[in-house]
Ligand binder design. Structure first.
Ligand code: IDP
Ligand code: MG
Length: 162
């Protein structure tokens, strides 16, 4: 489990992100991962997953009643995604900021979707939207043994308590 100890600039927490199959096809994996890595967040779990329709439906269960749900689940199960858990101060909210708005045309330049996408149906990345969904999605995509609590040797150059 992520430590909830307070740190300057936010509580250390974990969020789930998935690089969608459109970004995998377009060769944007390192571009997207690099943004989280360079920000100073720590990658604590990583794998490629080709979701079944059933699994994709579980991941997007909140959207079952939406008209685009069928297409969304078909798209998500059409190829492998890159599933990740990122850890760090305020990472749940900050990952959403780094991602941008759901509709790439409403995402600011500088965000992942604002820089790399134009269509809501091909918006390259998923990120958990709250603490509760982060917990739920991490548990859906990863087993506890796949999540690694490793120490960074340069931690003092990224985070300070004073
Ligand atoms: P989010 O990914 O920004 O959290 P959600 O509202 O949770 O956005 O929707 C999940 C995914 O469903 C979006 O990333 C997008 O791929 C797809 N989606 C959302 N709204 C629409 C829509 O109006 N048309 C088509 N696809 C949509
Ligand atoms: Mg969402």
């Amino acid at each position: 489990e992520a430590s909830l100890a307070g740190e300057e600039g936010g509580v250390t927490e974990r969020t789930f992100m998935a690089i969608k199959y459109d970004a995998v096809q377009r060769g944007l994996i390192s571009e997207i991962m690099g943004r989280m890595e360079k920000k100073g967040y720590k990658l604590v779990a990583l794998k490629m997953v080709w979701p079944t329709e059933e699994f994709a439906g579980k991941h997007y269960h909140d959207l079952k009643e939406r008209p685009f749900f069928g297409n969304l689940v078909k798209f998500m199960s059409s190829g492998p995604a890159v599933a990740m858990v990122w850890e760090g101060p305020g990472v749940i909210k900050m990952a959403r900021t780094i991602i941008g708005a759901t509709d790439p045309l409403k995402s600011n330049p500088g965000t992942i979707r604002g820089d790399l996408a134009t269509s809501v149906g091909r918006n390259v990345i998923h990120g958990s939207d709250a603490y509760s969904t982060a917990e739920e999605e991490i548990a859906l995509w990863f087993s506890p043994s796949e999540i690694h609590a490793w120490n960074r040797t340069n931690e003092d150059w990224i985070s300070s308590n004073n």
